[in-house]
Design a protein around this ligand. Sequence first.
Ligand SMILES: [Zn+2]
Length: 257
Amino acid sequence: MTAEEVKKISPNVFDTGKVCPNCGEHIFAYRFTAGSFSHVYERPCSCKSAEVRREDAQRATEKKAEARKARFDYAGVPRNFVQAKLNNYRRLPGTEDAYAAVKDYLLNRQENIKAGSGLILYGPTGSGKTHLGCAVLNCVLEDGYRAAYWCVPQMLEMLMPGGDEGEQQMILDKALLSRVLLLDDLGAEKSSEWTRKELTIILDSRWRENRPTIITTNLLPDEELRRDCGDRSYSRLMSDHYQVVSVTADDYRRARA
Ligand SMILES: [Zn+2]
């Protein structure tokens, strides 16, 4: 910028006579005057401006990385599944429907999450259901959603009367308030009147609040599942909020090893 061009912007801008040793630009300054008060502000040269922009961008990147880490820490995805994605899922015979359903769910995840739509992945132990469930969770966590993982038997055990109240509150907060919740291994708990009541509180509340729940279970989505989680939960699970998909590759774990 020439001195004339600068003058056109404001008569209070002047060339300080200094030159940046880095970029060779003249350093211009603004003079602010208010009554007897006068202050001179040096306009940063190109290299100084670029440096400030770089620092801002770096701070923003760091902040984003911190928030991402906090999100993943909160979610509590088991160590073995933190890398679980759809593209590293072993698509063995019997997993086609589940793979397609999860792929479709993730392609439309914004709409699905908004609508409170969940998935029920059922099939025998070791068919890769947890991998698929965690793939959904990891994907929405990358998007920035608050999501959480709970293994159902472990969660219910920690919620048993007499447990640590602070811990129980944390468990319920995650289960009730996370935008997306993965309830892994539903049906592996020792079912009782009490477990059915706890599951009903969680599933009913999430259904009411339109919060999607992804469920993996080795129970068949019929009387078996109804007996395990009770009539009310079962009717929520069979509502149009859930898509029920079977996963039948019983040798998934062996194939992965
Ligand atoms: Zn410079």
